[in-house]
Design a protein around this ligand. Structure first.
Ligand SMILES: [Zn+2]
Ligand SMILES: [Zn+2]
Ligand SMILES: [Zn+2]
Length: 469
């Protein structure tokens, strides 16, 4: 590299080291994410932390293994590297070379190639598979990073990069599913206190008068003078920077010897006298004022890949593929999408309505384990049960390993919604009788009406809710 080039940030350059193509990025704008597929390693000059962060987020959010798993290093200049960015990168380098990180680069590239050789049938939440592969390819744990930029106070940068709604709730759900399914095991780090309304950890704990709720009150200690037995507020004893008993005029000497401060007394602006103020919480994020008991204690963990998680990373398969189409009245997902398109076209002509609902099963690890050997059969039996409870004109498909989609043509959305709610409670009791599931095995149901003329729109809408596609 000549001197001119070294100071020129216009162009990104390609370097070769040990047969690997390294893309050295100085101009963030010139990067096309999908084009990163052509390089083995990225080195990102960290001259603009926020721009570098945006780019890292985009890389880790990509859907191709070759892009979201690419080894990526930050070339540190003067700026301190933000821990949130470091969590998305594979390390820091001092110059355009990966010599100091050779072994991790080799591991990532070789593991990545193993993944590529696998035709994955993983149709669950893609983020889960991505997360697991990211952790496995680097042989690392998922660590919470403290950050005042996130609502919760802790961030999981890889999940944030992949979250559709940029919502901490989605991350909590993904972590829970991964633990429930036995892919990740949690190790306790901390407990955060979150607003029950919005999940923010930015909360003011206010001491208020238990009678009128005002925040304006004054408190002081009471003093008990042992010598004469007088008890009164501390302020009555102040005299020229000394404490003097207003009753017997003796100077107070040593706390615990000749006097004591037995209690603290508060008085509010409205004249209410009390000992202990009540604690009220105020959420800076949503403005909710609530009782202390309403605050949610959420456990922050470091997550480690389990043996099941590793085997899922390598196989991309959670269980045997099921031939759901073999069941009467259940169609494959591709047929479902075609039928949905047909309905969308028909709807344009007839102005009729079409709604699509999801029925999603969140089984406990216990239930999953109990049926693991014959999971296909279990899914088939559930599909048959659902099919029986639907109307003949409705079309049923299995969108992923735990979520069914139902298309209801010519149906009123509100009615469909109500009917499917009833269906889910019926289903719940049948499952409890037949498969000994419990109340902890949840069934989520919701219905959506096709609003635009495009059939894909409604699937995207559903995906925003439950992330199935
Ligand atoms: Zn009061
Ligand atoms: Zn006294
Ligand atoms: Zn809030």
């Amino acid at each position: 590299m000549n001197v001119i080039e070294a100071f020129n940030r216009e162009h990104n350059t390609v370097h070769s080291e040990n047969g690997l193509d390294i893309l050295f990025i100085r101009n963030y704008e010139a990067v096309r994410i999908s084009a990163l597929i052509s390089y083995d390693v990225i080195i990102l000059e960290y001259h603009d932390p926020s721009g570098a962060g945006d780019l890292l987020n985009k890389i880790r959010a990509a859907s191709y293994e070759d892009v979201y798993l690419i080894p990526c290093f930050l070339l540190k200049l003067d700026a301190q590297v933000d821990p949130l960015h470091l969590a998305l990168a594979d390390g820091i380098v001092e110059r355009v070379s990966i010599a100091s990180h050779h072994s991790i680069v080799e591991r990532i590239i070789s593991v990545k190639n193993d993944y590529k050789a696998i035709k994955t049938d993983f149709v669950g939440r893609q983020v889960v598979l991505k997360l697991i592969r990211f952790l496995h390819s680097r042989d690392i744990r998922l660590k919470p990073v403290p950050s005042s930029n996130t609502l919760m106070g802790y961030s999981f940068p890889f999940l944030d990069a992949n979250s559709h709604l940029h919502d901490y709730q989605e991350n909590i759900e993904i972590l829970k599913v991964s633990v429930d399914r036995g892919f990740l095991s949690p190790h306790f780090e901390d407990v955060v206190h979150l607003c029950s309304n919005c999940g923010s950890g930015f909360i003011n704990y206010r001491e208020v008068c238990p009678k009128c709720g005002t925040r304006k009150h004054f408190s002081e200690y009471s003093i008990h003078h042992f010598v004469c037995g007088y008890v009164g507020p501390e302020s009555d004893f102040f005299q020229d920077k000394k404490l003097v008993c207003p009753k017997c005029n003796r100077q107070l000497r040593h706390i615990g010897v000749d006097y004591d401060k037995p209690s603290r007394i508060s008085e509010c602006e409205n004249g209410h006298v009390f000992q202990e103020p009540e604690i009220e919480t105020y959420c800076f994020n949503c403005g909710d004022t609530n009782k202390l008991e309403s605050i949610i204690d959420y456990e922050i963990n470091t997550y480690e890949l389990t043996a099941t998680g590793v085997s899922m990373a390598l196989s991309g398969i959670t269980k045997e593929e099921s031939n759901i189409e073999e069941i009467d009245g259940v169609v494959s997902f591709s047929v479902f999408k075609t039928l949905l398109k047909v309905e969308a076209e028909r709807r344009k002509l007839t102005k009729g309505s079409v709604s699509v609902s999801y029925i999603s099963f969140l089984f406990t690890p216990k239930t999953i384990k109990a049926h693991l050997d014959s999971y296909d059969q279990f899914t088939h039996q559930i599909a048959a049960l659902v099919r029986n409870l639907l109307q003949p004109t409705e079309v049923l498909t299995l969108a992923n390993d735990d979520t069914f989609l139902v298309m209801s043509p010519e149906a009123d959305m509100k009615e469909t919604k109500k009917r499917l709610q009833e269906l889910s409670s019926k289903l719940k009791s049948v499952l409890q009788k037949q498969f000994e599931t419990t109340d902890n095995d949840r069934i989520l149901v919701d219905s959506f009406e096709m609003e635009d003329k495009e059939s894909v729109g409604i699937l995207e809408q559903i995906n925003e809710h439950i992330n199935i596609l």
